[in-house]
Design a protein around this ligand. Structure first.
Ligand code: PNS
Length: 160
């Protein structure tokens, strides 16, 4: 069965990658959907995020990465995907995920499976990682190697 792992992935972290790998181990086929969250200001462009997630998951058969423009339920319906898999770190995640889960279930009959974040990843946050990157800090422990390399290239291009 194919499931959807949606997110902004700006940038993809080792925590996201762990959830994608576990969804792949459970369900065999995973579509990773790169979406835009209108409340966030992005560091990497849509195309860069798609490319970085593709590279980070290239070793696994059965994972495809696509850009998602519009509603998640429409994206799933067009591909016959019945369920979404998301990681859950702490209570605030749960509150938000529950709201989205009911909305996606109500609008499109899409189920949501929540996987508890691995203990090492419960405090990881793309928002904080993005802030550290912007301020010149070191984040290679928290992101896949291809993302660490992309950050270095971005810094070199910006002269920072
Ligand atoms: O990594 P993020 O920022 O938490 O990802 C949020 C994302 C992209 C998964 C969410 O904004 C989303 O599902 N966007 C698709 C648009 C949509 O269907 N919105 C209503 C969700 S209930």
């Amino acid at each position: 069965m194919a499931v959807l792992c949606p997110g902004s992935f700006d940038p993809i972290t080792v925590g996201h990658l762990d959830v994608i790998r576990r969804a792949h181990a459970l369900f065999g086929e995973v579509v990773v959907a790169i979406g835009n969250n209108s409340t966030k200001s992005y560091l990497f462009t849509f195309d860069e995020r798609v490319e970085l997630v593709r590279d980070a998951t290239a070793d696994l058969d059965g994972i495809t990465v696509e850009a998602m423009d519009g509603l998640l339920v429409d994206f799933c319906e067009a591909r016959g995907i019945p369920a979404v898999v998301k990681g859950l770190r702490f209570g605030a995640d749960f509150d938000f995920e529950l709201q989205m889960a009911h909305m996606n279930s109500g609008m499109g009959g899409i189920e949501t499976v929540l996987l508890p974040a691995a203990r090492d990843h419960v405090t990881l946050s793309s928002t904080i990682i993005r802030q550290v990157i912007r301020l010149g800090g070191e984040v290679s422990e928290y992101v896949p190697p291809n993302v660490a390399a992309a950050i270095e290239r971005k810094r070199a291009a910006d002269g920072s």
